[in-house]
Design a protein around this ligand. Structure first.
Ligand code: GUN
Length: 283
């Protein structure tokens, strides 16, 4: 079996067009959704991510504010900047790009963001609400993966979803969102023994472990849907995922490429969360 390609770029674009229409109707009522991004220091990867977020929010018709702070900024000054954005009525979404420099407590900064403007879905209030099934901002990558599964008509109910990776921003919330949709969920991680025994049972295999081509054909059940969250460089410096795409696609019924799979969905869901925040403020 050669798996169908799950085109995150096209699905993301489709959703962005829907978002833009809703932004346009808010603008007709005199309201423009605003997203503020705080970038601390000069990490090149972070700078690229932030530039993409800025570009995409402008394309969707939103106001985009980028606040750049030096690597040496104090925790106090960063918290003061967050407090100012919390009070600013023209800003509906606040995102502090991670990682932060070591002298700053990331948890403290995330908790300083108004949960109603936490469009990353990282604030403990939003994480807690998500787990008990209340309305909350959802972490953008797992939320985007749910949309990919829905829009490709992938059945989730009753299926066995195996997640490889247990980060707070992808693996853990991913399992909860699938559980709410009636999947049977197994979490695997870097210390799991006999990993392939678990992954081979997966109807839906989601890999977010951060190791280049870690999952190969021998980990994949025939007909599985494979979602690759990884973003790595291979030995030739080429962008690649956590899944060895060429071999895994021979077993999968559908598979995401890297790039062009999960990545475009993450930014799309950030725009969706920002739009929803603005719609709430307008209601
Ligand atoms: N760093 C890498 N991914 C993310 C993300 O989704 N949000 C934030 N705030 N920082 C990140």
């Amino acid at each position: 079996m050669t798996g169908k390609l799950i085109d995150g770029k096209a699905i993301g674009q489709e959703i962005r067009e829907e978002i833009k229409q809703r932004v346009d109707s808010l603008k007709e009522k005199g309201m423009q959704p605003g997203l503020a991004v705080i970038l601390v220091g000069d990490n090149q990867a972070s700078r690229t991510y932030v530039r993409n977020k800025e570009k995409s929010s402008i394309e969707a018709g939103m106001k985009s504010v980028l606040i750049e702070l030096p690597e040496t900024v104090s925790e106090e000054d960063l918290l003061a900047q967050v407090a100012e954005l919390n009070k600013d009525d023209s800003i509906h979404g606040i995102l502090v790009q991670l990682p932060l420099p070591k002298h700053i407590d990331e948890d403290l900064v995330i908790q300083a963001i108004d949960p109603d403007k936490d469009v990353d879905g990282f604030h403990p209030i939003n994480v807690g609400k998500m787990i008990i099934g209340q309305r909350a901002y959802l972490s953008c990558t797992p939320y985007g993966i749910i949309k990919l599964l829905e829009r490709t008509g992938t059945e989730i109910r009753g299926k066995h979803a195996v997640i490889v990776g247990r980060s707070n921003i992808v693996g853990k919330p991913m399992g909860q969102l699938l559980l709410q949709r009636d999947a049977t969920v197994t979490y695997c991680h870097s210390k799991t023994e006999n990993l392939a025994e678990f992954t081979k049972q997966a109807d839906i295999l989601i890999v977010a472990i951060g190791r280049a081509k870690f999952i190969t054909a021998e980990h994949v059940k025939d007909g599985a849907v494979v979602i690759d969250v990884g973003m790595n460089r291979d030995e030739n410096g080429k962008l690649c995922g956590d899944v060895e795409f060429e071999t895994a696609k021979e077993k999968a019924s559908a598979i995401t490429p890297v790039p062009g799979g999960v990545g475009p969905m993450t930014i799309t869901m950030l725009l969706k969360n920002t739009l929803q925040s603005a719609e709430k403020a307008c209601a």
